[in-house]
Structures are given as C-alpha cells and as structure tokens.
Design a binder for this molecule. Structure first.
Ligand SMILES: C[S@@+](CC[C@H](N)C(=O)[O-])C[C@H]1O[C@@H](n2cnc3c(N)ncnc32)[C@H](O)[C@@H]1O
Length: 232
C-alpha cells in the first residue's frame, strides 16, 4: 500500500535522519511514523502518546498499517517514554510551543542525548527558540510549509553548542528564516502573512490610545518594522 501524507507531515519526514530510528512524541494518528517506516526511510520507530484515547488511536493505526513489528507504541509524558539516546531523531509536532518547551526542558540531559530534534510548534515559536538559545542548542535549519495555514519547522542539534544568544528579533522571526527571506518565496509569503496580521491588529487599536493599549500598539509597530526590514 502506498501511504499518502499531507505536505505538512511530509515537510517533517524530509527533516528526519534517514536510516536511523526515530521517535514521534504526540503521534496521535501515527501517520508520520508509519510513512517513515513503510517507505524504508527509518528502520524502526517509537510513537509516544500521553492520554489513553490518543494512545489507543496510535496503536490501532500502527496495527491497521501492519507495521506493529517495526513501530512500538508507548504511553507516557513527553520524552519519559524514551531511554537516553534510544533514537537518532525525536519529532514533536502539532502541539503548542509551550508544551514542546516543557517536554524538552523536563530533562535537558535526556534531550541532549538525541542527535536531532525536529519541532513543528503550532504557536509560541519564540518560546521554543528562546529555549534553544538559552541552552545553547544549535538551530541547524528552519523551514516553512504552506498546507492551508503556514507551518514552521525547526531542526535543533542539542549536541552542538551555539554560544551566541539570539536577539529578540531573531527569536521572533527565526535567525535562519530571516536569512532565507530574499531567496525562498514561501518564507517571504509567510512573512507577508504575518505582516498583514500585525497591520490588522494595529488598525484595530484606537488612534489616541494611552496606557496599556498604547504600549501594545508600540510593540506591534516595532514588530511590523522588523518584518518590513527583513522583506526589503
Ligand atoms: C494535534 S496532535 C498532533 C499529532 C501529530 N504529531 C501531527 O503533527 O499531526 C497532538 C498530540 O500530542 C499529544 N500530546 C500532548 N502533550 C503530550 C505530552 N506531554 N506527551 C506526549 N504526547 C502529548 C496529544 O495527546 C495529541 O495527540
């Protein structure tokens, strides 16, 4: 059977270390792990799920695709389901940035035992980059995919130290994406989309506002300027 996955999931599959075991934490429908193993990109996979319902869903999907001899499904919180260095790549996708931060921060030595982290936060990207910057984990790649909405993928190498701390602008918009804005149309489109969003928010704040709403307006105007600079 040829497995089809969305372009959002395919963009993650393309970032996983080929030929090595992978773990998908928060796997839910298990499509990513099934695809990677079925295509022979990874020899085996571990799916981690927290709640009973998603755990069962993952387990049933793996059995449905006849891949239960190559994919192990484990129930537990975040990286707790993995032994130190058990896989090469850990994927955390489709969850909020703050959840990803708390999973990676629960045990930094365990997080640092994996070669690659592929992260696709649904929001709070700034917090995920802030964690990487504060721990000195190198951001090796950032990509954008449009699959209905825009999604940003971050590839971290927690074993390779990056000592220069990221600025607030880099945390917000991505140090590598900012460099790609001139040559990658999808990155420019993503930034233009963010710029439109900011302009709409600013337009909704009364002209002669004071106090908190004035400070909010000034903050959004600063972000707008940052994006205009990147898009120049
Ligand atoms: C929206 S689904 C994303 C599924 C898939 N990763 C994707 O990108 O399509 C998020 C999943 O993460 C799981 N999850 C949330 N917090 C978790 C945690 N701390 N440990 C393991 N799984 C978690 C949820 O149960 C849910 O099934």
């Amino acid at each position: 059977m040829v497995m089809r996955i969305s372009s959002r999931l395919m963009s993650i599959a393309d970032l996983v270390i080929a030929g090595e075991p992978v773990a998908d934490i928060g796997s839910d429908h298990a499509l990513l792990a099934c695809y990677l193993v079925d295509e022979g990109r990874c020899p085996r996979a571990i799916c981690g799920e927290l709640g009973e319902g998603p755990y069962r869903r993952t387990f049933e999907a793996v059995c449905k695709y006849g891949l239960d001899h190559l994919i192990e499904v484990r129930q537990g919180n975040g990286l707790e389901v993995l032994a130190v260095g058990e896989v090469a790549t850990v994927v955390l996708a489709g969850m909020g940035g703050n959840t990803i931060v708390s999973i990676l921060n629960a045990s930094p030595p365990k997080t640092q035992s994996f070669n690659r982290l592929v992260l696709q936060p649904m929001n709070a990207l700034v917090e995920v980059r802030r964690l990487a910057s504060s721990k000195g984990w190198s951001i090796e790649k950032e990509t954008v995919v449009k699959d209905g909405d825009y999604y940003v993928n971050l590839v971290l190498n927690p074993r390779c130290r990056q000592d220069n701390k990221l600025s607030e602008t880099e945390l917000r918009w991505g140090p590598l994406l900012m460099q790609d804005a001139q040559k990658e149309p999808v990155v420019r489109d993503y930034y233009r989309f963010q710029l439109d969003k900011l302009e709409r928010i600013i337009a909704g704040i009364p002209k002669h506002s004071t106090g908190r709403s004035l400070r909010r307006k000034q903050e959004y105007e600063k972000r707008k300027k940052e994006l205009e600079e990147v898009l120049k």
